[in-house]
Ligand binder design. Structure first.
Ligand code: NZQ
Ligand code: ZN
Length: 386
């Protein structure tokens, strides 16, 4: 196993009815900015629960953070933070609202020329404006990690940022919020969490059987609960397990001491940047081609995953490893997610070169656990995904 450091300071408050605990978690001696998205929280009762819990707090609101949070929208919130001397933020939403809040946490204290530097120059954040979250959509794990992804559609960019100053102080995860999530977003959440695990698992054997089994258990649980959650999101048993799987998939634990890949995410982000395809769907498009392209390097772990997650024991190692890729694609499809780029757009002519150029521009020229996925290889993977 490799050496590692683990620092995850977020307090998790999990379970039905826990949103009321905001009253004690959010500081009363600071001006609060409550941030949310397009308004789903007003329809499903979460807004009412949050504002009731904050009745003795001094807070103002900023709404309209869109899916794939937009830099230009966030700049408007940044203006309010500065003008109103905001001292604490509360993000109520899915990955987009939480990520947008992380950007603001960093930008509020940033002293450089333009907050765009944080993204374009990959500036890590060691101290941010403090914030907590109320998670409304299990998927990204953003509620318990220090990463964020921000989009700038005017320039077709979607860039990552992060740093130890960007962990939420607390996150409230009430699985009953899952009840109002549309089927498309439920499928996205399952697929995103599933892929997060694979990005940290599907590399090469690294003498870390505990991390392997952590990962395999999350994958198995997601496969197990997927039909139940899609059929009935108010099924508390399924919803609570779905929610905790998504958090555990990307809170840092399973990646400690092992090599990680993340090339699928980095290539897939370009599909959202250029075509606006949902994040999880871009992963389902790219992953089968990426694993086919890197088959030789990944085949041992693919075969292990085939046996332990899908119970495939017939055939030689290569055959079992190939079956694992097919089974993964079939799992995405079982969620109602299409897995080819042509299913989403006809205008993919020349796109693979654009991806290569964009990755080069952003310094992502050596992706994957072996750092051997160059922009050229990434372009080949995109072509295979048509
Ligand atoms: O905006 P509202 O009206 O709230 O609607 C949202 C949004 O339209 C809706 N929604 C959320 N909770 C709901 C609900 N609708 C009904 N009931 C509820 N309880 O769902 C829609 C999608 O929300 P969004 O936050 O965009 O989804 P998700 O959580 O999948 O986040 C996606 C973003 O996170 C980034 C992605 O790239 C993308 O920008 N990621 C962040 C990561 C991280 N910080 O660690 C890692 C991921 O790999 C990912 O890249
Ligand atoms: Zn993801």
């Amino acid at each position: 196993m490799r050496n590692f450091e683990l620092y995850v300071p977020t307090k998790m408050i999990f379970g039905e009815g826990e949103i009321k605990k905001l009253a004690n978690e959010v500081p009363k001696d600071k001006k609060i900015l409550l941030l949310y998205g397009g308004g789903s929280i007003k329809k499903n009762g979460i807004y009412d629960q949050v504002t009731t819990a904050l009745k003795d707090h001094d807070f103002i609101e900023f709404s309209g953070i869109e899916a794939n949070p937009e830099y230009t929208t966030l700049l408007k919130a940044l203006e309010i933070i500065k003008k109103e001397h905001i001292g604490y933020m509360l993000a109520v939403g899915g990955g987009s609202v939480i990520d947008g809040t992380k950007f603001l946490a960093s930008a509020a204290l940033y002293e450089g020329d333009t907050p765009w530097d944080i993204l374009s120059k990959k500036i890590r954040t060691y101290k941010g404006l403090p914030f907590g979250t109320v998670l409304t959509l299990p998927a990204t794990g953003s509620e318990m990690n220090s990463g964020a992804v921000v989009s700038r559609s005017e320039t077709n960019q979607k860039l990552v940022m992060g740093g130890p100053g960007l962990f939420p102080e607390f996150s409230i995860c009430d699985p009953t919020v899952v009840r109002s999530i549309p089927e498309r977003q439920l499928a996205n959440g399952i697929a995103d969490a599933y892929t997060h695990v694979l990005e940290q698992y599907m590399t090469y054997p690294a003498d870390a059987p505990l991390q392997d089994r952590f990962s395999e258990s999350i994958l198995q649980t997601l496969i197990e609960i997927a039909p139940a959650i899609l059929k009935d999101p108010s099924d508390y048993k399924a919803a609570s397990n779905f929610m905790w799987c998504c958090t555990m998939a990307l809170n840092g634990y399973i990646q400690k001491g092992v090599p990680t890949d993340w090339s699928v995410h980095m290539i897939a982000h370009e599909l959202t940047a250029f075509y606006g395809i949902d994040h999880a769907r871009t992963l389902a498009i790219i992953l089968p081609s990426a694993y086919t392209k890197k088959f030789e390097q990944k085949k041992e772990k693919l075969a292990q995953y085939a046996a332990r997650v899908f119970g495939i024991t017939e055939g030689n190692l290569e055959e079992r490893a190939k079956m694992a890729i097919q089974k993964t694609e079939a799992f995405y499809q079982s969620l109602g997610i299409k897995t080819r780029l042509r299913d989403y757009t006809d205008s993919y002519e020349g796109f693979s070169q654009k991806v290569a150029d964009s990755l080069t521009e952003h310094g992502m020229t050596a992706l994957g656990e072996h750092q051997d996925i160059t922009p050229h290889v990434a372009a080949e993977i995109v072509e295979m995904a048509y």
